[in-house]
Ligand binder design. Sequence first.
Ligand code: PMP
Length: 359
Amino acid sequence: MTSSRTTKGRGQLYDTILDTIGDTPCIRINRLAPDGVRLYVKAEAFNPAASVKDRLAVSIIEEAERSGALKPGQTVVEATSGNTGIGLAMVCAAKGYPLVVTMAESFSVERRKLMRFLGAKVVLTPKAEKGFGMYNKAVELADANGWFLASQFETDANAKIHENTTAREIMADFDGDRLDYVVTGYGTGGTVSGMGRVLRKERPDTKIILSEPANAQLIGSGSEQGRNETGQPAHSHPAFEPHPIQGWTPDFIPLVLQEAIDGKYYDDLIPVAGPVGMEWSRKLAQQEGIFTGVSGGSTFAIAMQIAETAPEGTVILCMLPDTGERYLSSPLFEAVPDYMTEEEVALSHSTPGYQMAAE
Ligand code: PMP
């Protein structure tokens, strides 16, 4: 390194927070990746509300404005495990739409608080009713009040924004370079379906690897999802079990994801256990300084699995959907103490000033 770090500004002023969505960086993994393999992560936490779902949120609202489905000042309603709600709350705040979110009580408390801080109303649904319950509540509220239902699991605005932004960014950033694997999980399936549309055509040699929770292998089970005429799930999927990878795999196969299944947009489907994902999230934080949630750690676990046996020169891109800060009250942070550890107390007592006990 020859000179000190400098910056030069972005070279533009932004008219709205919404114009800062997307163009997230692909970052090299230096310490964890095996020698001879170039492993990159696409860090979606760089979006303004810190997750991949900012893309979806602005797409749903602006496509609905264009089509006339959303009228000025009309209330928007959606069932979401958090990131979509936070993204929608940010977009609705910037554009002046009221937002109501339905959410199962099992999701982390900071997600509810973030949405409320951004001006949304959060209506909780019972844990026992799973994703299907919060979804039905959103539909009921929309019907009863004439609200605009965002329909993240069915709307084409979902895969479309990943086709037009996420995939385009990958194409541009790896232009002229190798790209052997892209690894992702799924929630709605928007990321994989949108990326698949572009990569299958324009980079057919790139292998797309999809992952799902080891204890909720909806796709892996081979069991088909029943739907009604609008594509909404007709029942909870038999292979679903509650799993700790928030944002991944609801208790049904979404219509948006079905496109990736039917279109064979992935080359391999590899399950991952939640605790393994959490371990990799911690390693990314502590050995790379890259802060991501449980789904990011889980995706990264699979990317590392591929990297370990990949031939020299292999290039891998791993999607990291959000920031780890969204999980402070979740099992991801369970082992992180509030008070000083023995080692920290020993440090406190090793010099004369301000010596403190553990509590
Ligand atoms: N991880 C997290 C934390 C998420 O919130 C989501 C979106 N629900 C995903 C992964 C999956 O993204 P997608 O909906 O595009 O499949």
